[in-house]
Design a binder for this molecule. Structure first.
Ligand code: GDP
Length: 442
């Protein structure tokens, strides 16, 4: 890792500033070949963490005037020497600066390579790096908040606390194995069983938050269903705020599942307008109806849209839903008489009642306070916790009967599973997969 890597770390678009990041033992000397401070400041006097202004000699005869800052190892993002050049934010301009930096001795960084170096140098844990990726790619405020909590090390700390508890148990068991004549085993095994169950409960509590976190990360999937002409497409459009689904006065025009995403109360909702529920006439419509039924079965939330009265078709749909349901009586602008069945009455046409519907969707889909970010949002973490929990369950169950050295195998397995979250036991493949999700320059 002695080689010096460089990349444009800002997004490739026209903007106020672009940052070219350089990391590695020679970062400063590479920067010095491209950056010439103004005034009397000699480059050799470069003080870490001070911004200098000066001339940037980019490639292709291009010059810019910008800033340079240097961070001395290990006090930098990557833990290595890092220099950053801040030039004007042009795509071509920043590319020319990078070209000059590469000519000066750096090589172009691969996707996520700066963060990978930060991880290898112990600057951040693996799950913190994943949190950073979630923050960068997050599409809703709740997802960004969850990513930011992950980045802050919350999950790593919890995983380490549980690992410390397991290490204590292993130490006790080790004493049993080393000094069997002292008969520690019999006296302490029930105790160990209880401790293991306590640790399993902590693992399960963390894992259980994934149910919510998954929705926050992927979005809450909402199936908008009901009879043809009930106003499903109109409602989808009204919720999205633009005309995505085709609204037509003739029944059966939405033949497929139409998707669009909207953020409600900081959480992303993926809306699917399902084809009308009725006897399929054409083949295409039949396919649409099959997909619609699938959408209803796999949804996190269903809106059953109807006009007039909640009838047999709607009750059939209701029976098919295994998720929370909101009964939406539509077209209240033409008929405002309650049938006593609706959860809310709206008009997709005039927008009446839609704010109430949005609030209800948020409330039914996720528990209160669920956008605060204290969630597991990565499936990888959930799988690791599930493995830790299973191993602890089997260890606790056999604590009274199995020899201590066999018991320790399960406990080590749990420890290792938690280590995949912190990064201690994550294999090269896991690590490469995680960092390849980052963009170049991060
Ligand atoms: P879908 O088949 O359930 O998707 O129904 P559409 O959204 O295509 O709507 C069918 C017809 O009902 C269209 O002519 C819409 O303009 C009309 N419509 C939908 N919502 C309302 C509403 O709230 N009030 C009134 N008056 N008409 C509506």
């Amino acid at each position: 890792m002695d080689d010096c890597i460089a990349a444009v770390s800002t997004a490739p678009a026209a903007g106020g500033v672009a940052i070219i990041r350089i990391s590695g033992a020679n970062a400063l000397s590479v920067a010095e070949r491209v950056f010439f401070p103004s005034g009397k400041t000699a480059v050799k006097n470069f003080r870490p963490r001070y911004m200098y202004s000066g001339r940037i000699a980019a490639a292709d005869g291009i010059e810019d005037f910008g800033l340079c800052v240097y961070f001395r190892a290990p006090h930098s993002f990557t833990g290595e020497d890092v220099a950053e050049l801040h030039c004007h934010g042009g795509v071509e301009l920043s590319r020319a600066v990078l070209k000059a930096v590469v000519r000066a001795g750096a090589r172009p960084a691969k996707a996520g390579e700066f963060t990978m170096r930060a991880f290898i140098n112990g600057k951040i844990s693996l799950s913190a790096a994943e949190g950073m990726a979630d923050m960068i790619s997050g599409e809703s405020a709740a997802e960004v908040r969850a990513g930011s909590l992950l980045y802050s090390g919350r999950l790593t700390r919890r995983a380490r606390e549980i690992q410390a508890g397991l290490t204590d148990v292993l130490a006790k068991i080790g004493a049993d194995i080393d000094y069997p004549e002292e008969d520690i085993e019999r006296a302490e095994l029930p105790d160990i069983g209880r401790t293991l169950l306590g640790l399993k409960a902590s693992v399960d509590a963390l894992a259980s938050s994934y149910e919510c976190g998954k929705k926050i990360k992927n979005g809450v999937s909402v199936a908008i269903c009901g009879k043809p002409n009930a106003g499903k497409s109109s409602l989808l459009n009204a919720l999205l705020g633009y005309d995505k689904a085709i609204v037509s006065p003739s029944a059966g025009t939405t033949r497929d599942v139409v998707e669009g995403a909207v953020e409600l109360g900081g959480v992303k909702f993926n809306l699917c307008d399902t084809a009308g529920v009725r006897r399929a006439r054409g083949q295409i419509e039949k396919l649409g109806i099959e997909r619609a039924e699938m959408a209803v079965r796999s949804a996190d939330l269903a809106l059953i849209v109807y006009e007039g009265a909640f009838g047999a078709e709607e009750r059939r749909l209701l029976a098919e839903c295994s998720c929370p349901v909101i009964k939406v009586r539509n077209k209240r602008d033409v008929n405002d008489a309650s049938d006593g069945c609706e959860d809310i009455s709206v008009s997709a046409l005039t927008g009446e009642g839609l704010d109430g519907l949005r609030a209800l969707m948020r409330e039914r889909a996720l528990p209160e306070g669920s956008a605060d970010g204290a969630f597991l949002i990565e499936e990888r973490h959930y799988n690791a916790l599930a493995r830790a929990s299973a191993a602890l369950g089997s260890a606790a169950a056999s604590a009274g009967s199995l020899p201590a050295d066999i018991l320790s195998v399960d406990i080590r397995e749990a420890w290792d599973a938690l280590g995949e979250i912190t990064g201690e036991t994550a294999g090269e493949e896991i690590i490469n997969t995680i960092f390849s999700k980052f963009c170049v320059g991060k």
